[in-house]
Write a protein that binds this ligand. Structure first.
Ligand SMILES: Cc1cc2nc3c(=O)[nH]c(=O)nc-3n(C[C@H](O)[C@H](O)[C@H](O)COP(=O)(O)OP(=O)(O)OC[C@H]3O[C@@H](n4cnc5c(N)ncnc54)[C@H](O)[C@@H]3O)c2cc1C
Length: 329
């Protein structure tokens, strides 16, 4: 790579293979580059265009599809990180695009602030998560991209655009969930609110009861989700609602047993056995569905919404109107 892109610290071996988190997608970019500034990024795009290469930005590779792959120039996020500004009057935080959600959540919590809603993990970059519409649950609150108030984008002609509902509004509307197709996002401004407490109620529940009571469970809870264990009539449910407190996080030992030992350690063993001997899967599902017990805890949002997920998996997702959910199941 020429220009600023030639730095040994930021240019990677041209033949190195990129793999996503799940390990089901790989690509071999002609070159990779980790820009440390918007100017370095623009220069790298200019050079790539002159060399006839296409450009794709990647986050932490948590997408299960090939949406982040390229055979051209792969822009990596590691050096485009950190909080740029917190504006308490406007109720916003502006963060560099490669910042992992974990770092954003921790920084906001230190400032007594929080995002309103989020998905299941905090490993993704803010740009990667929003670019694919990453979401959690929410009766009244939407995906992370819905919380974007402005973003900064470097386009294919190396222009640096600020986009918001009042500036480049059409581009803003598309770039919030841009799938990496509109340019490289370099910073995002999110709406934030004073940090609040959520009470989580996790409870095993029969599939028949979940489906019969689905409308009430959704109507009565700010967040309702459930996991069905195929080959069984059992589900695990989780209800999250705002709470006046006090905070009552899971105990250190019980939290470790549920979140690490059962949900990661033993789950990994169960998945490996099921993969090696598929006929054991119904029995494993029956045992797994009884392993997690009911519990309640109250904590700040990211500690309730998100969990460590160390067992590698592949996932697909369908979007349906909520009224169709039970029928589709
Ligand atoms: C364990 C696990 C749990 C998950 N949980 C959830 C969940 O609860 N809810 C949910 O909805 N999804 C979930 N996902 C999916 C995940 O949130 C998305 O795939 C997300 O896009 C991953 O972010 P990333 O930083 O890894 O981006 P990548 O997968 O690396 O990239 C995703 C897309 O973003 C684009 N992109 C990345 N950075 C930029 C940038 N700077 N500018 C422009 N485009 C960019 C890429 O080109 C690509 O198109 C989960 C995935 C895993 C592996």
């Amino acid at each position: 790579m020429t220009g600023t892109g030639t730095s040994a610290a930021t240019t990677r071996n041209a033949t190195s293979t990129w793999r996503n988190w799940a390990g089901n997608v790989s690509s071999r970019p002609t070159r990779t580059f980790s820009p440390a500034s918007v100017e370095e990024l623009a220069e790298a795009i200019r050079t790539a265009a002159a060399d006839g290469l296409r450009v794709k930005a990647v986050g932490t590779g948590h997408s299960f599809t090939s949406v982040a792959t390229t055979d051209g120039l792969l822009i990596r996020p590691e050096l485009l990180t950190g909080i740029r500004e917190i504006d308490r009057t406007a109720g916003t935080v502006t963060v560099a695009a490669g910042t992992p959600l974990r770092r954003l959540n921790e920084a906001l919590a230190r400032e007594g602030l929080s995002l309103t809603n989020m998905g299941d993990i905090t490993d993704q970059t803010v740009a990667g998560a929003t670019s694919t519409g990453t979401h959690g649950t929410g009766r009244d609150s939407a995906s992370i991209a819905a919380q974007i108030r402005a973003l900064e984008l470097v386009t294919a002609d190396c222009s640096v655009l600020t986009c918001s509902p009042t500036e480049n509004a059409d581009i803003f509307a598309s770039a919030r969930i841009g799938l990496g197709a509109l340019g490289v996002v370099t910073a995002i401004t999110f709406a934030v609110e004073p940090v609040f407490l959520l009470t989580a109620r996790e409870e095993p529940m029969p599939f028949d009861r979940v489906t019969a009571d689905f409308d009430a469970l959704v109507a009565e809870n700010e967040h309702f989700e459930f996991y069905w264990f195929p080959h069984t009539g059992n589900c695990n449910t989780k209800r999250n609602n705002r709470s006046a407190g006090p905070a009552a996080p899971p105990g250190a030992v019980s939290g470790w047993v549920e979140d690490e030992l059962l949900s990661n350690g033993l789950f990994q063993v169960a998945c490996s056995v099921g993969r090696a001997v598929p006929r054991t899967i119904p029995a494993i599902a029956r045992i797994s569905s009884r392993a997690l017990s009911a519990r309640m805890y109250t904590d700040i949002p990211y500690k309730v919404f998100t969990s460590p997920r160390r067992v590698r998996f592949v996932e697909m997702e369908y979007a349906l109107p909520r009224e169709a959910a039970v029928g589709a199941l």
